[in-house]
Write a protein that binds this ligand. Sequence first.
Ligand SMILES: Cc1cc2nc3c(=O)[nH]c(=O)nc-3n(C[C@H](O)[C@H](O)[C@H](O)COP(=O)(O)OP(=O)(O)OC[C@H]3O[C@@H](n4cnc5c(N)ncnc54)[C@H](O)[C@@H]3O)c2cc1C
Length: 447
Amino acid sequence: MKFVIIGGDAAGMSAASRAKRRAPEMEITVFEKTNDVSYSACGMPYNIADPNRSIEELVVRQAHVFREKNHIDLRTGHFVEKIDRESKNITGRSIQGHTFTMEYDYLLLATGASPIIPSIEGVNQDGIVALKSLEDGRKIKDFISHKGIRKTVIIGMGYIALEMAEALRALGIQVDMVKPRPDLLPWMNREIAEIVKKELIDHKVGIHAGQKIQRIEKHEKGIFKVICSDVILEGEMILAAVGVTPNSQLGEAAGLELGPANSIAIDRHTKTSDPHIFAAGDCADAYHVVTGGKAWVPLALRANRAGWAVADNITGNHVELEGIAGTAVFKVFDLQVARSGLGMREAESSGFDPVETVIQSRSRAHAHPGASTIWVQIIGDKKSGRLLGAQLLGREGAAHRINAVAVALHQKMTVEAFSQCDLAYAPPFGPVWDPLLTAANQTLKKM
Ligand SMILES: Cc1cc2nc3c(=O)[nH]c(=O)nc-3n(C[C@H](O)[C@H](O)[C@H](O)COP(=O)(O)OP(=O)(O)OC[C@H]3O[C@@H](n4cnc5c(N)ncnc54)[C@H](O)[C@@H]3O)c2cc1C
């Protein structure tokens, strides 16, 4: 059997490795357009922050190991341009300009996502960068060290933008962040978002939300000017970090059904609308465990998991994926920011009757030294009593606490059932009533 995979990172290489383990006789070919495979994109901001670390450390397994040890026919520098569903083959072009064709029994689209480049006059210039691939990370790291960058502007304020603000400040570089919409992290409870904003300002990051960006001009000595409605920001490097869009063009051109945000629609077995074609990772959609509907949430765990599921499904172990809860965590300087499930707006637009509570609790017991504040938002549905989502923020104890919420969401628990969970307690780790339980109890009073 011939299994062809397009895309050689999280989803693609997870699928290739697992399929080879489960069915060593299977012929597996992976086409990857870049020269990089199997690396941790998530580690790039932290790596960029440290000039003593090589970006190559982020490679989890080298291409030659996949070829020599795992016997996977991995072709880097191979860009797939077309899928012919009738003849069940793909065609493309190598970096050297040679065209290639290959037939498949099963095809996996693991093409990921691309950074959105905002349509601003002057955005396509050397020194205006995005961070998605390892090659982007390499370029940014080189640019910073060789050009002696002192000032930057980040367009966008999502989690990658915030992680990069921290990384650049760690290098002593001035950072201004700008975006047209007025709210920092619009999905977040406003009280909690204000704490994140204060953390950025305390670390001398300029926050310019609500600024329409008119154009980017290049001036002498490599200085860019970002001309906005009320302010002009200057930087020697501009990072565009306004989000990503799924690489679904190949699937779309082949007539596959699409899902939210133009991602490739897949069923619970990771199959697309063509029974011989699967899709996994950032290019594909998923079921949301809270709404039961489709969602597009481009994050790493689900890419790896869906890659495994594809491998299982084509090697005879039929796996159904339950879905995602949209659990995410990131760091903004000394703050841990975490979420799982729905925010208030998403809950309303999904047809729930949501109520929310935001409480402040402590990361350690009352008399225990070193405690800091933990903010918890819990959202419940008045109609069904269900727990719909949570957000956490704190200097310690927020990041992993969110996983209790994720499990509860997968189990479709009510807020009341969640409030009865036997969560752990010892003074260095929290109060007797865990902050999550206090927030759940407060939410119950409103339901
Ligand atoms: C800076 C940064 C930080 C992140 N931090 C986190 C985090 O903390 N937590 C988290 O959960 N997620 C994080 N992510 C997201 C996470 O990295 C992605 O969800 C994950 O990499 C998705 O894996 P994938 O295999 O679907 O796609 P990708 O990793 O994008 O891989 C797709 C591959 O397909 C190749 N490709 C595309 N089209 C073609 C074609 N036509 N022919 C051949 N090859 C093709 C691409 O070159 C690419 O190598 C982060 C991402 C970035 C950029």
